[in-house]
Design a protein around this ligand. Sequence first.
Ligand SMILES: NC(=O)c1ccc[n+]([C@@H]2O[C@H](COP(=O)([O-])OP(=O)(O)OC[C@H]3O[C@@H](n4cnc5c(N)ncnc54)[C@H](O)[C@@H]3O)[C@@H](O)[C@H]2O)c1
Length: 350
Amino acid sequence: MRILVSGICGFVGSELALGLRRAGHEVCGFDNFSRPGSQLNQSRIEEAGIEFWRGDVREERDLEPARGIDWVIDAAANPSVLAGVDGKTSSKELLEHNLWGTVNLLELCKRENAGLILLSTSRVYSIGALCALPVAEENGAFVLRETSATAGPHGVTEEFSTAAPISLYGVSKLASEQIALEYGAAFGFPVWVDRCGVMAGAGQFGKPDQGIFSYWIHSWARRAPLKYIGFGGTGHQVRDCLHPEDLLALLLQQMAAGDRQASRIVNVGGGASSAMSLRQLSDWCAREFGPHDIAVDLSPRPFDLPWVVLDASRAEQEWQWKPRRTVDDICREIAQHAREHPEWLEVSRG
Ligand SMILES: NC(=O)c1ccc[n+]([C@@H]2O[C@H](COP(=O)([O-])OP(=O)(O)OC[C@H]3O[C@@H](n4cnc5c(N)ncnc54)[C@H](O)[C@@H]3O)[C@@H](O)[C@H]2O)c1
């Protein structure tokens, strides 16, 4: 198969592209290098025999080299939950990258009769409903106290509320999901929507608002300043994490599925067994690198959430998919990368 990956020099795009190439596929892709550090992946991509061109998903003419493709993996986005409101990118720009970019890829799929895999996000779920989940503290982490039809110890399901507000980033993805499914239905090409939880691994360009596992471990290794923000300065907020190689295993199945009937939208996350609070991540870092002082900032940050774990039971039932890498494997991989790349925080900051 010939597969186009947009945002191919990003953390997830590059890992998926290299994995697809290893699996024997012809891979091509483009990136506009808006993410600091992404340029470093160009040579890795090209050395693996992947066709690369510099391009912007907002520009239709930049998609023209993508001829004869069977699948598109949409991995080009501004993935920060603060995008559009942090003064670094405008709200309009965010929607142009994340929503209008997806529409351009859908037009490409229509022209090429190619399928689309949209890398969506747990950020499509309602901030109000997530903040209202009853949590208690246990072993330095928030845990869910009560189970409901859409949230339980395994995480939140695909039926969890998506009511606004969900952040501009979240809505750029939720709207992309709907438009992608409509294009697929109207023009008869397959669309799979994978709602990914926090992705993490070596080589991620971590920042405080995106790529938190990488940012935290690299900062700890360098003894760079870190702080617990909001939630009483406890660091009890919890996320599950997933390695892109585990995501790839699902994508390979979805692209080979033909006419198979399966849910078009699935949660794809590390789940409860890969969930960790910031406080627990600090404990992990202290064991790995020795002590480091963490500051406290009690003022809550917009869009911060106490507990987000994705229930990926549907992906497990329908695709027999389960992540193989544990949170410990992922942290170890990042720690090794941090030792080998002490400059990574500067690379990621741009
Ligand atoms: N990393 C996560 O935790 C996570 C979680 C859920 C979903 N996702 C989704 O996965 C995808 C990849 O995320 P990532 O973590 O690799 O982010 P990333 O920032 O590392 O990669 C995105 C890449 O897209 C490129 N890009 C951005 N706008 C572009 C444009 N207009 N034209 C061309 N290229 C453009 C960037 O330069 C970057 O290389 C995104 O769609 C993101 O929303 C990521």
